[in-house]
Ligand binder design. Structure first.
Ligand code: AMP
Length: 360
C-alpha cells in the first residue's frame, strides 16, 4: 500500500507556491473547481473528449488545465500520474473518482497527494468494516440478518457493489423475502438489512485538523455542519401512481438532491453522532476522518436517528450549496461551499506549514 512517507516524499518535491487542485470531471467537480478558484488556486480537470467541452462551457467553474484521458481508469497510467505530479497537483477524491478508479487501485497504485486520509477508503468502501466503525462508535444502525430465515420484520436487500440504490428491493417478512430471492434467482452477493421507517436526512460535515476543537467528543479538530440534503429517489414519487401501487416505483435509485433543514433540537443528536464517528475513526484509522464526510440517516420519532451509511468524502448533495447553506452561514459570513472549504483548508495548511497533515 502507498504509505504516508511515499506521499510526503512527493510533497517535498512540490512547489508550495504553485499547488493546483485537480479532480475528475464528474460528480461534484464543478463545485470543487469553483471553490478552488475562489481561493485563488489553479485547477486541473481530468476529462474525456466527450466531457471536456461541457466542462469548458462554465466560465466560473471550468478547470484552467485539462488532462484528457480515453477512459477514467487511464488515470492510473504512469504518464498521467507523472503529469499530475509535475503540475504539483492535489487530488480531491469524490464519489465518481473512487468508483472509476477503485479504492484498491487508489490505495496501491495512485501516487499523487490526495486531500484527506486515504485510509478512510478501506473503512468506508467495505460494508463490514463500515458497520464495525459505526458499532464501535455506539451509533444506532439497521439490524443486519445473516440469513433469510432469521428475518423477523420488513427488510431491504442491497447488493454488493450496487451504486446509489439501484436494484435494492424490500420484503415485508421472511416468506416474502424467500419468494422474491427465488424469483430473482439470487443466492449470494447481497445484504439483508432491517427497513427503517422515517424521514431521511443526509448531513454534510467538515472536520478541520487545523482549527481548535469546538464540540465535545472530538478532540482533534473543528467539526462543521456545512449543509443537509435529502436524496431524490424514484420511490419518492410513488404517490403519483395512486390509487394503484405501481411496481416500477419501488426503486431506490438516487436521481438528485433536495435541500432540507432539520428541526433545530434534533441538530444536537446529529452533531453527537458525527462527533462519535470522528473520534472513533481516529482510533481505527489514525489520523481519522479529515475534511468532508456525510452521514446517511433516517429519523424516526420513536427511535431517533439510525445511520445506514457513511460517505467519507465530498457527496453530491453538497452541490446544492455553492454559495453556502442555512448552516454554513453560522460558521462563515461569506459564501462557503464544501468545495471552497477544502480549498480554504489547503490554503490554511500552506500558511501554517501543515500541508502533510491534511494530505495522504
Ligand atoms: P444507499 O445505497 O445505502 O445510500 O441507499 C439508497 C437508498 O435506499 C437510501 O437513500 C434509502 O432511501 C434506502 N435505504 C437504504 N437503507 C435503508 C434502510 N435500512 N431502511 C430504509 N431505507 C433504506
Amino acid at each position: 500500500m502507498i504509505s504516508r512517507e511515499d506521499i510526503s516524499a512527493i510533497l517535498s518535491r512540490y512547489d508550495e507556491n504553485n499547488l493546483k487542485i485537480a479532480t475528475v470531471c464528474s460528480h461534484s467537480a464543478l463545485q470543487i473547481f469553483h471553490g478552488a478558484r475562489m481561493e485563488s488556486f489553479t485547477t486541473i480537470g481530468i476529462a474525456t473528449a466527450r466531457s471536456r467541452p461541457y466542462y469548458e462551457s462554465f466560465p466560473l467553474a471550468r478547470p484552467d488545465i485539462f488532462i484528457e484521458v480515453g477512459s477514467y481508469d487511464e488515470i492510473l497510467r504512469r504518464d498521467v500520474q507523472e503529469k499530475l505530479r509535475c503540475e504539483n497537483a492535489i487530488i480531491i477524491p469524490h464519489g465518481s473518482f473512487v468508483e472509476y478508479i477503485g479504492a484498491e487501485n487508489i490505495l496501491e497504485h495512485f501516487l499523487v497527494p490526495m486531500f484527506g486520509n486515504r485510509l478512510t477508503l478501506l473503512w468506508e468502501g467495505d460494508r463490514r468494516r463500515q458497520r464495525e466503525w459505526l458499532e464501535k462508535a455506539g451509533i444506532p444502525t439497521p439490524r443486519i440478518y445473516s440469513s433469510p430465515s432469521e428475518v423477523d420484520r420488513r427488510v431491504i436487500v442491497k447488493f454488493h457493489g450496487a451504486k446509489g440504490g439501484s436494484r435494492y428491493f424490500t420484503a415485508s417478512d421472511r416468506f416474502d423475502l424467500g419468494s422474491k430471492l427465488q424469483k430473482l434467482g439470487y443466492t449470494e452477493g447481497y445484504v439483508i438489512e432491517e427497513y427503517i421507517v422515517g424521514v431521511r436526512y443526509y448531513p454534510h460535515f467538515f472536520l478541520s485538523l487545523l482549527e481548535k476543537p469546538n464540540v465535545s467528543g472530538v478532540d482533534y479538530g473543528r467539526l462543521e455542519l456545512l449543509g443537509i440534503d435529502r436524496r431524490l429517489e424514484v420511490i419518492d414519487e410513488m404517490h403519483r401512481g395512486w390509487p394503484d401501487v405501481i411496481e416500477e416505483y419501488m426503486d431506490f435509485t438516487v436521481t438528485g438532491n433536495q435541500p432540507v433543514v432539520l428541526r433545530e433540537k434534533l441538530l444536537v443528536d446529529l452533531l453527537e453522532i458525527a462527533a462519535r464517528l470522528a473520534s472513533t475513526s481516529r482510533k481505527l484509522f489514525y489520523p481519522g476522518l479529515i475534511g468532508p464526510f456525510c452521514i446517511e440517516t433516517i429519523y424516526n420519532p420513536k427511535r431517533g436517528f439510525t445511520v445506514f451509511e457513511v460517505s467519507a468524502r465530498i457527496v453530491a448533495g453538497t452541490n446544492l450549496y455553492i454559495y453556502g447553506s442555512p448552516y454554513s452561514a453560522f460558521y462563515y459570513d461569506e459564501p462557503m461551499s464544501t468545495g471552497r472549504r477544502m480549498a480554504r483548508e489547503i490554503r490554511e495548511a500552506i500558511r501554517k506549514n501543515r500541508l502533510e497533515s491534511i494530505l495522504y
